[in-house]
Design a protein around this ligand. Structure first.
Ligand code: FAD
Length: 439
């Protein structure tokens, strides 16, 4: 059957034959649903600008997650029994792309928390956690906030200072968390704390579900006034002797490191994908604008220096989507921990590229691109954090180099020739290189 792609469903610039026809239809449907049923009324363009000015409200978030829950955007890879969509990881990244494209990456981020946190709750949570937190979260009744980062540890999460100690029939949490999106609107926090072991140990970290209205939680500072990604109600918070019931421990005590690294594997893909979706929107605007705008009586798009930029962005954007889909497919085939190297490739390449595209789009649009007439400048600020959010590009490259060296390792390349190449090169059958080889 020939592949027919109509514009509304075509979210890659070239044809994405790595997606099935059903997956392409799914992407088209997600974009249409967002545009016609989610980002309308009180959640329209004005709401995007309010977010950017930090004028959002608790009601906006409640409305947003409710609409998303009703339309199966939350916990896409979680079974329907707990209100997930019972879908795949490929569908998960496609939906995140759609939200980054049709909404903002702040909206996409809130949905993405439900994808990986939802998966961890489903795989490791007890029945109470699944029924009292997971199911309502995926229905859009409860807003989740992920409280991982601390003032003294971000990338190096194992150095967290927050502790949880057993007391009576529950736990007492003490510590501080910083840069926590949706802290002000969240109904519960998904929070790791050290329950045993030494600073930096991977053993001894446990995960908890903490009700946002528990005694002892204090919002020290609203931190939403940052470069981009505004309107998240992000906060620096103190947890001062916060009591949590025994049943709110997720999975085994002290075993959460493996849960966190597994869910990060999915978060790498969703963060890259929604930032790419946003950058595609910037590229679409820039392509249309430069076609219309004339400089020296010539459309800007006719200048080769400009249209070659568009050619490079189109090519690299498609490459980034393909990398991302491949990694998501590996999760579908091998489970959430599969494809670590491929996921890290997709993360650093996708997030660095999304930022580069948004910045280049401002460049080719010119001055108006830096104003709020078009959303390009907001997208450029928003996607900046993606380069370290959920895993810094540097850390991703460290993973890639480690695993790539393993794959590239060739036992027959024993070093006989290393530093001694004139003795004879393996690809010349052990002969010395001669002028004939160069001729
Ligand atoms: C917009 C935004 C939203 C956020 N939302 C949340 C949230 O909802 N919940 C939450 O828990 N946290 C959140 N964070 C925090 C975010 O997860 C951290 O900023 C991130 O983990 C990096 O930690 P850090 O800022 O402490 O940087 P650090 O860990 O101090 O790292 C600083 C820099 O050092 C370099 N670096 C670090 N490690 C390595 C390495 N191994 N090799 C080479 N270079 C390295 C990188 O360039 C890195 O950017 C958010 C942050 C932002 C900006």
């Amino acid at each position: 059957m020939p592949i027919v792609i109509v514009r509304v469903g075509r979210r890659m610039i070239g044809e994405d034959t790595s997606l099935t026809e059903a997956e392409r239809e799914y992407l088209a449907d997600r974009i249409e649903t967002l545009r016609e049923e989610v980002f309308v009324g009180r959640l329209d363009e004005r709401h995007f600008r309010e977010l950017d000015r930090n004028e959002e409200s608790r009601e906006d978030w409640a409305e947003y997650v409710e609409r998303m829950g009703e339309r199966d955007f939350l916990g896409i890879a979680v079974p329907g029994e707990y209100n997930g969509a019972g879908g795949t990881y490929v569908e998960t990244v496609l939906a995140e792309q759609a939200i980054g494209y049709a909404g903002t990456i702040v909206h996409a981020c809130q949905a993405s928390l439900t994808q990986h946190v939802g998966r961890t709750m489903y795989e490791h949570g007890n029945e109470r956690i699944r029924e009292s937190y997971l199911a309502p979260m995926l229905d859009g009744e409860l807003v989740v906030s992920q409280a991982y980062t601390e003032p003294g540890s971000g990338t190096d999460l194992a150095h967290m200072e927050t502790t949880a100690e057993r007391e009576g029939d529950g736990w007492v949490i003490r510590g501080e968390k910083r840069f926590i999106d949706f802290a002000e609107y969240g109904d519960f926090y998904f929070l790791p704390a050290r329950t045993s072991g030494a600073d930096g140990d991977r053993e001894g970290v446990s995960l908890f579900v903490v009700d946002a209205d528990a005694d002892g939680i204090e919002l020290l500072e609203n931190q939403s006034d940052w470069h981009g990604f505004r309107g998240t109600g992000a906060a620096w918070m103190a947890f001062d002797d916060v009591r949590v019931p025994e049943e709110n421990l997720v999975g085994e005590e002290g075993a959460a490191w493996s849960y966190i690294t597994a869910e990060l594997n999915l978060e790498h893909l969703t963060v890259a994908r929604y930032c790419l979706g946003a950058s595609e929107r910037a590229l679409e605007i820039a392509a249309n604008y430069t076609t219309e705008r004339e400089v020296n009586e010539r459309p800007v798009s006719r200048y080769q220096a400009v249209n070659h930029e568009v050619a490079e962005m189109a090519t690299e954007l498609d490459a980034a989507y393909l990398l991302n889909t491949r990694a998501a497919r590996l999760l579908d085939e091998g489970g959430i921990s599969a494809g670590r190297m491929e996921g890290a490739m997709a993360k650093w390449y996708g997030n660095d590229l999304a930022h580069e595209i948004a910045d280049t789009c401002i460049q080719i649009v010119g001055g108006i691109g830096t104003t709020t007439s078009y959303p390009i400048e907001r997208i450029q600020r928003d996607v900046r954090a993606g380069r370290f959010l959920g895993g810094a590009s540097e850390v991703m490259k460290s993973i890639v180099q480690h695993d790539a060296y393993g794959v590239l390792d060739d036992e027959s390349f024993e070093g006989d020739y290393v530093g001694n190449e004139l003795e004879g090169l393996p690809w010349l059958g052990g002969r010395k290189r001669s002028a004939a080889d160069d001729g």
